[in-house]
Design a protein around this ligand. Structure first.
Ligand code: SF4
Ligand code: SF4
Length: 382
């Protein structure tokens, strides 16, 4: 079979297995990306979750020596939840970002790309290939941009004309010299909505993200969250969708093409208080299959504590006090103290004061002091 016929049969097969968009790119070095990554590194704008060296991230033949092409795929995911449970005064809820709704997309995409690779192998027995989804060395976004899947928006997302930016991306590097597709035209124009809406100023300029200020990254860290971001994260327990939700390309975009990616409302918008005392077993059973659980329960619990403080949820005080006093993890004890201060009832302040007599960890004590400082603020507010 010649390469053009093979390409068409791959495209046809991709539709059969539920791949929503496919594009082909050359496996040339990503020269521009390399320069951009160097700059990001020197500015300290990276998240630290990146895999591989600068060369591995930008030179496909370091990952597959015979690399000739990269097949990029996109799977659309929902942006709206049917029957979303309401957050009530008695039972406040957090929110997982849309990319964490439903079954972990890494698994869903890996399965589809593996099928594609098996199909190719049938047609070309000497196929060499390497698949990647998000956690690989290559930038899914740079590949998708080159393969004409979408353009790179000022919010750094790949924006497809068909599905907006609510797409998961993955790729297969191959040794087959497929004819590359052309990139599509940039479509942001004069718009700056995403940059204006970002709560933390993480989009330092169009297309440039300081991951250290981005809530999507910050919700995944395990240490104390820096003070300046605590009021900004709101009730987000994992990720942030703000710069995508405001994007005009995402207006009216809501695709429900894959049952496994449908949100489970009670998980995607979980009640906050039960998250504080969830056991490892229940955590795994409840959240283990979603991508937002990859860092374990600690960051999510820390974020849930901040969210309860954000809501000034007085009904949480009785549950926060034992967390502050007994949880073995300093980040959780300290954040609980901060949250109690933020809620600011008399009982909360008394509990912080009392717990300070027993607490030995310096950082937790510091958080307790911060918690008590809210008292002056509450008094001023009357
Ligand atoms: Fe800003 Fe949230 Fe977008 Fe990050 S994900 S750039 S914090 S709006
Ligand atoms: Fe581009 Fe506007 Fe969308 Fe930002 S909000 S990515 S500037 S179109």
């Amino acid at each position: 079979m010649n390469v053009d016929t093979l390409k068409q049969s791959v495209i046809d097969y991709s539709k059969e297995i539920g791949i929503d968009k496919i594009g082909f790119a050359s496996a040339d070095v990503f020269g521009e990306l390399k320069e951009r990554l160097k700059q990001q590194q020197s500015l300290g704008y990276q998240s630290g979750f990146e895999k591989g060296t600068l060369e591995e991230r930008t030179e496909p033949n370091r990952l597959l020596p015979e690399a000739k092409s990269i097949i990029s795929i996109a799977i659309a995911y929902p942006s709206r939840m049917k029957d979303a449970p309401k957050s009530t005064k008695e039972s406040r809820r957090g929110i997982f970002c849309r990319a964490s709704w439903g079954t972990d997309y890494h698994d869903v995409l890996r399965k589809k790309i593996s099928k594609l690779a098996a199909f190719l192998k049938q047609q070309t027995p000497d196929l060499q290939s390497k698949l990647m989804v998000d956690t690989g060395e290559l930038s899914d976004r740079a590949v998708a941009e080159r393969a004409g899947i979408g353009f790179s928006g000022k919010n750094t997302s790949i924006i497809t004309p068909e599905f907006g930016s609510f797409v998961y991306l993955g790729e297969l590097i191959t040794n087959i010299p497929f004819k590359p597709d052309s990139p599509i035209e940039e479509g942001c124009g004069e718009c700056t909505k995403c940059m204006d809406a970002c709560p933390t100023g993480a989009l330092v300029q169009g297309g440039q993200l300081n991951a250290q200020r981005c809530i999507a990254f910050l919700t995944q860290t395990k240490d104390f969250l820096p003070d300046e971001f605590r009021d900004k994260i709101g009730n987000r327990v994992y990720g942030c969708d703000t710069c995508q939700m405001v994007c005009p390309w995402n207006k009216q975009v809501d695709f429900h093409l894959h049952p496994e990616l449908e949100p489970e409302p009670e998980i995607a918008k979980p009640k906050l208080k039960p998250m504080l005392r969830i056991s490892n077993r229940v955590f795994k059973e409840t959240f283990g299959h979603i991508s937002g659980s990859w860092r374990g329960k600690k960051p999510l619990q820390r974020n849930a504590l901040i969210a309860l403080g954000h809501f000034k949820d007085k009904t949480a005080v009785d549950e926060l006090i034992p967390v502050m006093r007994q949880d073995p993890r300093p980040v959780i004890r300290g954040t609980a103290a901060w949250s109690l201060g933020k809620i600011g009832t008399e009982k909360a302040f008394d509990a912080i004061q009392e717990a300070m007599n027993e607490e030995e960890n310096e950082q937790v004590l510091f958080e307790m002091e911060k918690g008590l400082q809210f008292k002056k603020l509450h008094e001023k507010e009357g």
